[in-house]
Design a protein around this ligand. Structure first.
Ligand SMILES: Nc1ncnc2c1ncn2[C@@H]1O[C@H](COP(=O)(O)OP(=O)(O)OP(=O)(O)O)[C@@H](O)[C@H]1O
Length: 583
């Protein structure tokens, strides 16, 4: 565990200082304890004046030990804070680079715990528990060596004590580890359920479901309570076992000292001195017994962070240099792309798609046929299991993620706004854009009337996840982002599904204004958007089953034509008063 912890520390000079101070602290502590042996021996002998040199040495060691320990504590804190920083950094970096399907609720919850608790736990545990314990344990080893110098038998007894205490420590750790693992799993489950509970408030209230013991959150909280009780229960036998081993070790050392006195190897005064040294020798182990629960929590945090960091990120090229576009290559090309979500059936099968500058490709198909997934793979939110995605002829995997993201503007189904002013939410698409540009993009995205209603206009914070705005308003913000970005590839997934027909017309016009400069792929159910596309791909079961222009596909009388007729018929249906009638 200590090796793993120190493995996170990227400051080599700090690590070297820490190791040096650890050695110095252990040596001085051991020397202080071992000095007690000759000091007490002389003090209890016929000539107590012989104790003066040892008292002088002790008087010197005490302030030296204090100075070394203060420096050691400072280095330990510096390591603790470095752990906090590096863990936060690595967890965030890894999270940002995970393929989107890998960002499951449990990964999100584990990340949240790693960022909000684990880093702090590691920092505190290292500075307050692990580092002091480490110095004490190394000092104990040195004291054991010192005892061996006095007598080989004492050395052996000390070694046997260390082994017994080490085994007791491992046994109590193993008991706690199991309980800690189930407590950890229960806490992650509670984290997931709380997020779900908060997000599903409208649905829960609409369905009138009370939060009771049978609700998912109630069940998760009950499981966490049980796991926490088990953790407390299992801490007790471990501590008792440890105390027993400690008493046995002390008794063993005393028996050896007494036996050595009986055969004349040690004087009575030396036996008394040895018992005092033996007590100090065992002290760190008793401290460790009291702290074993903290150590197991630290081990749990480390494992959680390790699991998160073990999830492979989307592979990135080693070099930051963006390869040159291949002359004449389309803006985006998918060649024989297959894709499946982790553990799921194939969702895309052999998809070919070419999106060229100035042209619009519409992807059409029944619900669940894989349209949004196709856009996700195009944007490299996930890598295909087979086939290639090329941007300007460059395989997506050869483009640094930053460069790739700069090429793509997207309005996806799940629009997410941050709790920032409206203006800043739009500016996220292009952080260097000036206020005027951001406002112009917002106006083109039909946000002027929204802004007029907001208390602070463009500077109004939109609330967590954009809670202050309606679904259609959030879509407009997302479109404003895409307009501001002016990326060469625009991906639209039901981009205007939540706005009224009039606003939609204005938004489509705004999006078309720059269409000559970019390639557009649009997933839409609305007939107008589909009919105007340069090419339509009809997708079913993850495969492109028909492709062509609107006129060609209608003339072919195949799947798309049937879909189109059904849509047209549905568009004629209207709800009036009590009945549904065809219009
Ligand atoms: N994160 C995910 N994990 C596992 N399966 C998923 C995930 N997202 C989508 N799927 C599955 O992949 C399939 C295709 O989903 P996708 O959202 O791409 O379809 P779609 O054609 O865009 O549907 P819609 O028109 O309803 O938006 C569906 O069967 C869906 O259940």
């Amino acid at each position: 565990m200590i090796g793993t912890l120190l493995g996170f520390v990227d400051d080599r000079a700090l690590l070297a200082r820490f190791r040096l101070l650890l050695a110095a602290s252990a040596v001085v502590r051991a020397a202080t304890v071992l000095t007690l042996f000759p000091l007490l021996r002389e003090l209890l002998s016929d000539d107590p004046a012989g104790a003066w040199p040892w008292i002088a040495l002790l008087a010197l060691l005490v302030p030296v030990s204090w100075v070394v320990d203060v420096r050691y504590a400072r280095a330990s804190f510096a390591i603790g804070f470095t752990l906090l920083r590096v863990v936060e950094q690595r967890v965030l970096q890894r999270f940002e680079r995970l393929a989107i399907p890998d960002v499951s609720p449990s990964v999100a919850s584990a990340t949240q715990r790693a960022l909000t608790a684990s880093g702090q736990e590691l920092c505190g545990a290292f500075a307050y528990v692990i580092a002091p314990l480490l110095a004490s344990l190394v000092a104990t080893l040195l004291i054991g060596l010192g005892l061996a110098v006095v007598s080989a038998w004492l050395g052996l007894a000390a070694l046997a004590s260390l082994v017994a205490l080490g085994l007791a420590m491992m046994a109590s750790g193993a008991l706690l580890r199991q309980a800690e693992a189930s407590y950890d799993a229960a806490s992650i489950e509670v984290g997931e359920r709380i997020v779900e509970f908060a997000q599903a408030q409208r649905v829960l209230r609409a369905s009138g479901r009370p939060v009771d013991a049978d609700a998912p959150l109630g069940r998760a909280l009950a499981a966490q309570r049980r796991a926490s009780l088990r953790l407390l229960r299992l801490a007790l036998p471990g501590t008792l076992l440890f105390a027993l081993a400690g008493q046995a070790a002390l008794a063993g050392l005393t028996v050896v000292a007494v036996a050595l006195s009986r055969d004349g190897t040690l004087s009575g005064a030396e036996v008394v001195a040895l018992v005092v040294v033996a007590v100090r020798f065992l002290e760190p182990f008793f401290t460790a017994a009291g702290l074993s629960a903290t150590l197991e929590v630290t081990r749990g945090s480390l494992q959680r962070i390790g699991r998160l960091l073990a999830t492979p990120p989307l592979p990135e090229p080693v070099s930051d240099v963006v390869p040159d576009p291949v002359p004449g290559a389309p803006t985006l090309e998918l060649r024989g792309v297959d894709f499946a979500y982790p553990g799921g059936p194939p969702v895309l099968r052999g998809v070919d798609l070419v999106a060229e500058r100035g042209r619009t490709v519409a992807v059409v198909g029944p619900s669940g046929s894989g349209k949004s997934t196709l856009l996700a793979v195009a944007a490299r939110l996930a890598d295909p299991s087979a086939g290639t995605v090329l941007h300007d002829g460059i395989p997506a995997r050869e483009l640094p993620l930053g460069a790739l993201s700069a090429r793509i503007g997207a309005v996806l189904q799940d629009v997410y706004l941050l709790d920032l002013p409206l203006l800043e939410n739009i500016r996220l698409a292009r952080p260097d854009a000036g206020d005027d540009e951001v406002r112009a993009a917002g106006s083109a995205a039909q946000l002027d009337d929204v802004v007029a209603r907001l208390p602070d206009g463009w500077r109004t914070r939109v609330g967590e996840a954009g809670a202050l705005l309606s679904g259609g308003e959030r879509q407009r913000v997302s479109i404003a982002r895409a307009l501001l970005k002016r990326a060469p590839l625009l991906l639209l997934d039901e981009a205007t599904s939540a706005v009224d027909a009039l606003t939609e017309r204005a938004l489509v016009a705004a999006l078309q204004a720059g269409a000559a400069e970019r390639a557009t792929i649009v997933v839409a159910h609305r007939l107008g958007t589909i009919a105007d596309a340069d090419e339509i791909l009809f997708v079913d079961g993850g495969a492109v089953v028909e492709r062509g222009t609107h006129a060609e596909l209608l003339a072919a009388g195949g799947r798309f034509a049937a879909y189109w007729r059904r849509r047209e018929a549905a568009a004629g249906w209207t709800l009036t008063g009590e009945a549904v009638t065809a219009g």
